[in-house]
Write a protein that binds this ligand. Structure first.
Ligand code: B4P
Length: 187
């Protein structure tokens, strides 16, 4: 199974990943987590990424691409059950780069799950979480960046026949059941 979780920041992508991993045995590639690990370790990459993350902007393409390219190539060899991308791609350039990498290793995507949640609900959720980049100004900017850069991917993956909508409101369990209903079709 090779899938992408698409949705605004706070739409619940990361929250659903543990259940998906437990049920389908896929490995997750979460660019936000990878970047936060680089920041915490104080690497050069982390130092470059941090100001962009603190402001709620996308980090530069070369940083993210280097991280996921290596990860995906290793994964394709080590986990036959497949992978799930969380937080990548986030703009058209990243989507095209992902297609190119997956073509090269002959591992095309099966599905893209789009989590639909309205923005006021998202602001409430993220203010409640309280991560370093979860203050109101940064959250609003992340939503603006989503609207401008990431939302065009809904159309991109619809045209490829890969997009499936998941209603992202309700309890974590209810959303998990909706995700499972879609993924069981391809498992
Ligand atoms: P991410 O780590 O991807 O941050 P996120 O979008 O906020 O996380 P996510 O959406 O997974 O959180 P979730 O909804 O599960 O990115 C952080 C930053 O890294 C970006 O701003 C950017 O700077 C950089 N970055 C990452 N990837 C990049 C890329 N590809 N290119 C460039 N830059 C990149 O959870 C949110 C909250 O909602 C939680 O508190 C959770 O408990 C709550 N929640 C979830 N489901 C709920 C439900 N059903 N009901 C109520 N609350 C719920």
């Amino acid at each position: 199974m090779r899938i992408v979780l698409l949705g605004a920041p706070g739409s619940g992508k990361g929250t659903q990943t543990d259940a998906i991993i437990a049920r389908y045995g896929v490995t997750t590639v979460a660019t936000g987590d990878l970047l936060r690990a680089e920041v915490a370790a104080g690497t050069e990459l982390g130092l470059r990424a941090k100001p962009h993350m603190d402001a709620g902007n996308l980090v530069p393409f070369d940083i993210v691409l280097g991280m996921i390219e290596h990860g995906l190539q290793t994964l394709a060899k080590t986990n036959p059950k497949g992978f799930m991308m969380d937080g990548f791609p986030r703009d058209l350039a990243q989507a095209e780069a992902l297609d190119e990498i997956l073509d090269r290793i002959s591992q095309p995507l099966d599905l893209v799950l789009f989590f639909e949640v309205d923005y006021e609900e998202i602001v409430k959720r993220l203010l409640g979480r309280g991560r370093a980049d979860d203050n109101e100004a940064t959250i609003r900017n992340r939503l603006r960046v989503f609207e401008e850069k990431t939302a065009p991917l809904i159309e991109y993956y619809t045209r490829k026949g890969l997009l499936r909508n998941i209603k992202g409101t309700g309890t974590v369990e209810e959303i998990g059941q909706r995700v499972q209903a879609v993924l069981d079709e391809i498992a």
